[in-house]
Design a protein around this ligand. Structure first.
Ligand code: PLP
Length: 465
């Protein structure tokens, strides 16, 4: 018999470190999490943090939700795992009904997986199989935006617009065409955001023609940007324009709503803000199970699912797809969100957060832009608000500001994307349960953190204004 007291000894002190030493460069040791409740988290030393980004924009219900914990226990006692290749489960059917009912007509079926990257993979494979079954086997290219992020698996990474990922992992991936993202803050000289969005939509049309429309399977985009685009939504006309372009060329329009879906932007889907841009397929993850279990989903129309079913079914699956425990948890999460009207709360608290962020921006030397929808918000930091000049890249400003905030008990989400080629920003996206008083607490702590970081930058002579 193995002596368990000796197992893992190598993982302590000498061999341990941040995330078991997989990530060490420049990384201070992380506090050890002890417990969490609502929008607050406590480390082992008793320090309290406000989870103002829902982790990586996942914990939509906050922590320790009683309904979810109870659903988890009940389903686990009944049956935690039953492979969908053998058994249907009530939990799967109930969650599919609930989610597709909220997603609305044309998104009638749901396929549940274990996260956002898996949802991207499943969605693209579903689209490809659909094309093959319909006699359009020449269609395989998936066009996406630059910058963008659709997941970390090699297929999803090939769709993501991030030069750093392409540099390292490029040789392992099939290159996929990219078109410029409709950024709103840094737009080319002489254009405004609306004019630039038109240029970006035209670029999609041109790229489809250049590739040969008969080779293009789909266009995938985040309707409201995640980390890669710092919560930027495109100007309204963009959505109808790309919808029309895709329709004209027989290209499927996929919305990656891994971050923006499940109520975060003040509608169940961010797509609901632009009915004229209705997508063919939608990806969900993160908020759909709010961090209580790994989960993602592909939403698809009846017609596409029936076409594949008639041809023998969707040729794809993972061990944990549609597993009963995760589905029951997802069902409790979505039910809680509906019963507490948290989608409306996201819209209301989002407006309050935006107003508070804009007030901080007005006083701050480094906040150049505030953007987002509902409780999916970000702010961009600069060295000079007039010229939009970036802070020197080696300062790793987003990480340092997140650190300064964390020292004050505020958790915000920072990661430089595309080597900072499009700017530096931080996400601020608290759980959908956040109250007015908590928004104010977040804003007060952020204001203090920004002041402290500005003082640090000023002392270092890094501010040009
Ligand atoms: C828009 C978007 N798509 C896909 C993913 C990948 O999801 P996951 O990390 O669950 O694999 C993410 C994760 O941040 C995301 O923000």
């Amino acid at each position: 018999m193995v002596d368990v007291s000796t197992v893992g000894a190598r993982g302590s002190a000498a061999h341990g470190g941040p995330i078991q030493v997989f990530f060490t460069k420049g990384m201070a040791p992380r506090p050890v999490i002890e417990r969490a409740s609502g929008i607050y988290m406590w480390d082992r030393e008793g320090r309290r943090y406000i989870d103002a980004s829902s982790g990586p924009v996942a914990s939509n219900l906050g922590h320790g939700n009683a309904r979810v914990l109870e659903a988890m226990r009940r389903q686990a006692e009944r049956v935690a795992f039953a492979f969908p290749g053998v058994f249907e489960s009530e939990a799967n059917r109930a969650l599919a009904d609930l989610v597709t009912g909220l997603a609305g007509p044309g998104l009638d079926r749901a396929f549940f997986v274990s996260g956002g990257s898996e949802a991207t993979e499943a969605c693209v494979k579903f689209a490809r199989q659909y094309a093959v079954v319909r006699g359009e086997a020449s269609r395989w290219k998936v066009i996406s935006l630059n910058p963008s992020y659709h997941g970390a698996t090699l297929g999803a990474l090939a769709l993501s617009g991030d030069c750093q990922a392409a540099e390292i992992f490029g040789p392992l991936m099939t290159p996929m065409p990219k078109v410029p993202a409709p950024l709103t803050y840094r737009v080319p000289e002489g254009q405004d955001a609306v004019a630039y969005a038109k240029v970006c939509a035209d670029a999609l049309d041109e790229e489809i023609r250049r590739q040969g429309p008969e080779t293009v399977l789909a266009f995938i985009m985040e309707p409201v940007g995640g980390l890669a685009r710092g919560a930027a939504a495109a100007p309204d006309p963009y959505y109808g324009a790309v919808r029309e372009i895709c329709r004209r060329h027989g290209v499927l329009l996929i919305y990656d709503e891994v971050m923006s879906g499940a109520g975060r932007t003040g509608k169940f889907l961010a797509a609901d803000h632009w009915p004229e841009g209705r997508p063919d397929l939608v990806l969900l993850a993160k908020g759909i199970a709010a961090g209580y279990t790994p989960m993602g989903a592909v939403l698809a129309p009846d017609s596409m699912v029936e076409t594949l079913a008639a041809a023998g079914g969707f040729n794809h699956g993972h061990t944990y797809f549609a597993n009963p425990l995760s589905c029951a948890i997802g069902h409790a999460v979505v039910t809680e969100m509906l019963e507490r009207d948290l989608i409306s709360n996201a819209a209301r608290m989002g407006a309050r957060l935006r107003a508070r962020l804009e007030a901080i921006q007005a006083r701050s030397a480094i906040i150049g832009d505030v953007r987002g929808k509902g409780l999916l918000m970000a702010f961009e930091i600069v060295a000079d608000k007039a010229t939009k000049a970036m802070l020197p890249l080696p300062l790793m400003a987003p990480y340092r500001l997140a650190e300064v905030a964390m020292e004050r008990g505020l958790l915000i989400y920072a990661r430089r994307t595309s080597k900072g080629a499009f700017g530096d920003w931080l996400m601020i996206a608290p759980p959908l349960i956040t109250t007015e008083a908590e928004i104010d607490e977040i804003a007060d702590l952020l204001s203090k953190s920004v002041n402290a970081y500005e003082a640090e930058l000023s002392e270092a002579g890094a501010l040009t204004a």
